[in-house]
Design a protein around this ligand. Sequence first.
Ligand code: HCR
Length: 429
Amino acid sequence: MTEYAETVSWSSFLKSISSFSGDLSALSAPPFILSPVSLSEFSQYWGTYQDLFLAIAQINKQNYQAYYPQIRSIDTPEVTRMLAVLQWYLATLKCQYTSRTQKGGFEKKPLNPFLGEVFVGKWENNETKKGDTVFLSEQVSHHPPVNAFAVINEENNIQLQGYTQIKSSFSKTLKLNVKQHGHAIIDANGNSFLITLPAIHLEGMLVASPYVELEDKSYIQSSCGMIWRIEYSGKGYFSGQKNSFKANLYVNSTVMEKEGKPIYTVSGQWSGASTILDGSKEVLFSDISRYQPHSLQVKPIDNQHDLESRKAWDDVAKAIELGDMKLISQTKNKLENHQRKLRRKEEQENKHWQNRWFKRVDVIKAKTEPDLEGEAINKLVALAKLSGLSIKNIPSGSKHNTKEHKKATTASHWSFVMNNWLNEKEIKI
Ligand code: HCR
């Protein structure tokens, strides 16, 4: 591992970045930019707005008209559900990308999860008809780093699962560009949705105060055929505001590709308020400040298993909070050496690390070997087909007709195995 210098200043750090290429986890940074939180915790934000998440499963023929009374033209539960998915998704963006930069904070370098690291918890929903929601996050690969996650609410028959792998590079102007590979899939009472993960970049590096801005586009494809195309921009493109977006809902991807008429257009700030065009009238669609975020309940460290993130990183996190570089180095070395020993032992014994709750499915092989197929993989293939999105291992949201798709040869994806969770003996929520 890279030793942390005790006196890395921000300017010398920026200099080291300008010639840096490769895995971000190997980059040594000054203590004030190190976060005591592991990246395996970040996927919890998919579930932070429980009410918005559960609404996706609760909308039906009988109640859909009660959801968006301000939008007069809504005429089906399917359209209402698409609006609910977008509203929930915008709220997750706020958590995923701004929760660390609120109240004057800035984005820091998170701890790099080790293979098999898990982070689990639950959202307790005490009201009737809600039930508790389980959250599972597992580091399924270390090189390259891949985090897989699942959010499960049995009472409402809704499950979200997915995985993310980041690929990053610095530009000449020291902007950190990050492309995400992976996706999230929601399965809610027979309706499914494929959600692609947006590309991001880090601004504010020169003033030592990094924050995330989303870029380009992402998609939400529904099994009913409708698709959202969401376009992101920072200050001064669609509007003068940071975290801006414009989302168009299309009846299907063919209409979208032809730039046909959208059913709805929503625009505004994903971290704040947005409006929707209802005929010729613009009305409020969503204002995140009006929704209650729900904290994930995580067991105290003393009750955690050794593979659980907060227990495993406890000494390192304490050293980071003290800002003690020597101690950070020592504690991090201890953890990483232990991991290296485990991998060597596995190699000597000709064994492989067994992933816990997720399995990797090769979609190309799965076509010829049906027993390899997972339910989620079938959904991924079907939803990607509806949307014209690639299922190959290229950045999330890439289309079929791109050079990257044509060049890529692999299509392996991580899929949640519910039975493995149901039979779990060691890790408790
Ligand atoms: C880019 C980032 C690590 C990856 C983080 C991801 C993409 C992880 C998956 C989550 O679902 C969403 C998410 C949100 C974070 O905003 C994003 C992080 C922001 C910063 C961090 C870099 C590795 C930090 C680099 C630090 C500098 C000083 C070099």
